[in-house]
Design a protein around this ligand. Structure first.
Ligand SMILES: [Zn+2]
Length: 206
């Protein structure tokens, strides 16, 4: 099966939202609808949204999730340990750094990810990858060799560790775990351009 992945760059810090659709389906999954809801809605077009998947609880990945869930009647999923961040501005706003307020986005009602999620004709394996936040996850489509890595793994880098719930030891473990995936796996990160597991693994001595 092939899948179509469309990146929409949103918001003040250029977050990557991904609209993911399996071949032959008329519905799609949205990963990290960070902001600019009208732009995302236009990109989704007449597709149904089967689920909104959040890689973690930072504001730049979640701001459009509440509106999207409401409009499309779609469930929202987040890592269990990040659920507390979605509606707590002091935790989701980079530890209150940017002075956002509770009114900046509507409340988000999310369920916790299990270990797998089958939706819109795709089978996601949910990899718990704490480090950038306690509940960060990476979403792996094994058959398609695709990974949505949130702010855990970037092209030539990894996510900040100085924000709420960030922890270096956990990040190292998570990166090690990701580097056990096949080298050809395409990585779609929360910021910046796509890469592969093999390309990123080669940069580290862990
Ligand atoms: Zn983040």
């Amino acid at each position: 099966m092939s899948i179509d992945i469309r990146r929409v760059i949103c918001g003040m810090i250029q977050e990557n939202c991904y609209i993911v659709q399996a071949e032959g389906r008329d519905d799609c999954v949205v990963v990290d609808p960070g902001d600019e809801y009208p732009k995302l809605k236009a990109a989704i077009g007449d597709r149904r949204v089967g689920a909104v998947l959040l890689t973690h609880g930072h504001f730049d990945h979640i701001m459009a999730a509440g509106e999207m869930a409401r409009d499309f009647g779609a469930p929202v999923y987040v890592g269990a340990e990040d659920a507390e961040m979605l509606n707590d501005i002091t935790k989701s706003d980079y530890t209150g750094m940017l002075g956002l307020t509770r009114a900046d986005w509507p409340a988000i009602d999310a369920a916790s990810f299990g270990e797998t999620l089958s939706v819109c004709g795709m089978d996601f394996t949910v990899l718990a990858t704490p480090g950038h936040s306690r509940g960060s996850v990476c979403l792996y489509l094994k058959d398609e060799a695709v990974l949505f890595s949130g702010d855990t793994l970037f092209r030539a880098g990894y996510g900040r560790l100085d924000l709420y719930g960030g922890k270096m030891g956990a990040m190292l473990k998570s990166l090690k775990r990701l580097f056990t995936l096949p080298g050809e796996v395409e990585v779609y990160p929360g910021h910046g351009d796509a890469t592969t597991i093999g390309e990123e693994k080669a940069r580290y001595r862990i």
